[in-house]
Design a binder for this molecule. Structure first.
Ligand SMILES: [Zn+2]
Length: 93
């Protein structure tokens, strides 16, 4: 799925296994999407296993379609996370 596994953007120590919404305050759905490992399990919202949502282009598209209906889902922030990954991995956009 990924040539190079993303690294957790919160601790920077481990391979990321999730994409998660990291809220600005506890119990808020306002926050930023980040690649994460288990280190954010106490604070993250809506953690999604990377090996599930990026298992195929169809899986990713279906997940994005599902999220589009949530009024708290900030597509631009999610895409910014993907762009950070592409920049880090050196993928042409
Ligand atoms: Zn981490």
């Amino acid at each position: 799925m990924f040539k190079k596994q993303p690294i957790c953007e919160v601790c920077g120590d481990n391979e990321a296994t999730f994409v998660s919404l990291i809220p600005v305050q506890p119990n808020s759905m306002d926050g930023s999407w980040k690649f994460t490992c288990d280190c954010t399990s106490q604070i993250e919202k809506n953690p999604l296993p990377i090996n599930k949502i990026f298992s195929s282009p169809t899986a990713t598209a279906e997940w994005l379609e599902h999220m589009r209906e949530k009024n708290w889902f900030k597509k631009d922030d999610f895409l910014a996370m993907m762009n950070r990954y592409h920049d880090w991995q050196g993928i042409e956009k």
